[in-house]
Design a protein around this ligand. Structure first.
Ligand code: LMR
Length: 396
């Protein structure tokens, strides 16, 4: 059997990590995979994470299994940060939540739950969306469809087109939305637009599934959680996939959470049992360490305050460097002002695949073929080099 196995090309995003590492050019710039980098270009470990790890190490007494839904402090802490302790879905105990191996694990559990309930359910994703959404959710058996989202020429959301497509959906459909810091375009719904999509979901009966992987990196924890909070308050049902990879810097620890917000406590509890059984059938249980760190931080006021400060500083740097890059391009006669207006780690440069290749081959600047850049890869030290390279391939 195995002699039939054929190699596959590298992942379009993760494959860039190795290509960048192999490049000997000292001026190389990594704008590929979505990891935060500080001013020196490193991806730091949060001080709050280090403190939580030290305290875990000092107090841990066993490596025995955790109960199926996962670490209770982690689950409670994330839900409280996201929805708030006094949110009606929380006080009415209508959230069925299960710890997952990262945001990817959370998305897959959510998709498998939908597939168990209604095999082949149509799942609507934005155009564009994160390329991994398709295999993650489609391989569970859901039928992937696209709704319009980002207008590349206008560098903005085409909300009318999005609204018109979602207005045709019904109770058989699930609609995937990016909670904040849209990956790959960085253009987020305004509060009024979230409200309008919420109205549609109520009117048409479709189920929203919100992927929130950058909570706190757009406009702050409160603002970034607006869509999730209002939908959980207004709609009878909602699925949420939450990732702690970026906002706690725990990428390789795989700490995520899937939540089913349902009309009743009984349904939430039933959803939890289903999610547990799906996880048991795939990987049995998620890794404990990352979730234990998050649980410890969020259960401790001092660590939470320190984590929030560090997250604020990260967000501030992303906003600054977006502006600095747009200004550097303006000095070269090119308008990239939209990059300063977008949020989170990602934006499109809006250049062709050939120009992306030229950037890589001639300037050792690595970005995804769609021209998505991770703005955290830009620093005060490389921004002039990068702007020169982009200006050269654009011929401005
Ligand atoms: C990204 O989009 O670059 C990140 O979410 C990393 C990944 O897994 O693709």
């Amino acid at each position: 059997m195995l002699d039939a196995v054929r190699p596959l090309p590298a992942d379009p995003i993760l494959g860039l990590i190795g290509a960048y590492q192999r490049d000997p050019n000292p001026d190389k710039v990594d704008l590929g995979a979505g990891v935060y980098r500080d001013r020196s270009g490193t991806t730091p470990i949060f001080e709050a994470v280090q403190a939580a790890e030290r305290s875990l190490l000092a107090s841990e007494t066993t490596k025995s299994y955790v109960a199926p839904p996962g670490d209770p402090a982690f689950i409670r802490g994330v839900i409280d940060q996201l929805l708030g302790t006094d949110h009606p879905a929380v006080t009415d105990v209508r959230v069925g939540a299960v710890q997952a191996p990262g945001g990817c694990g959370a998305l897959r559990l959510g998709a498998e739950l939908i597939q168990r309930l209604r095999p082949g359910t149509p799942l609507w994703v934005s155009t564009p969306t994160w390329p991994n959404h398709e295999p993650l959710l489609g391989d569970a058996g859901l039928k992937i469809h696209a709704y319009p989202y980002y207008d590349h020429d206008a560098h903005a959301i085409d909300f009318d087109a999005m609204h018109a497509t979602l207005a045709q959906r019904g109770p058989d459909d699930v609609v995937l939305l990016h909670g904040c810091c849209h990956n790959p375009c960085g253009a987020d719904l305004t509060h009024a637009q979230w409200d309008a999509i919420g109205d549609l979901a109520l009117e048409r009966g479709f189920t929203p599934f919100i992927d929130i992987a950058y909570h706190g990196l757009g406009d702050g924890l409160d603002d970034d959680g607006y869509g999730v909070r209002t939908f959980a308050g207004r709609l009878p049902e909602l699925l949420i996939a939450y990732s702690c990879s970026k906002n706690f810097g725990l990428y390789r620890e795989r700490a995520g959470l899937v939540c089913a917000v349902t009309p009743s406590t009984e349904t939430a509890s039933a959803a939890r049992t289903q999610l547990n059984s799906i996880a048991r059938g795939i990987y049995s249980m998620p890794p404990a360490h990352g979730a234990a760190i998050v649980g410890r931080i969020l259960a401790d006021d001092k660590l939470t305050a320190s984590w929030r400060d560090e997250l604020d500083a990260m967000r501030g740097r992303l906003l600054d460097i977006r502006r600095v890059f747009a200004e550097a391009m303006a000095h070269r006669g090119a308008d990239f002002g939209f990059i300063a207006d977008e949020r989170g780690l990602f934006s499109f440069l809006g250049i062709s695949p050939e120009q992306v290749e030229q950037l890589r081959d001639h300037y050792s600047v690595y970005l995804v073929g769609s021209s998505r850049i991770n703005v955290a890869g830009i620093t005060e030290d490389n921004v002039e080099y990068l702007a020169d390279a982009v200006a050269a391939v654009l011929d401005v």
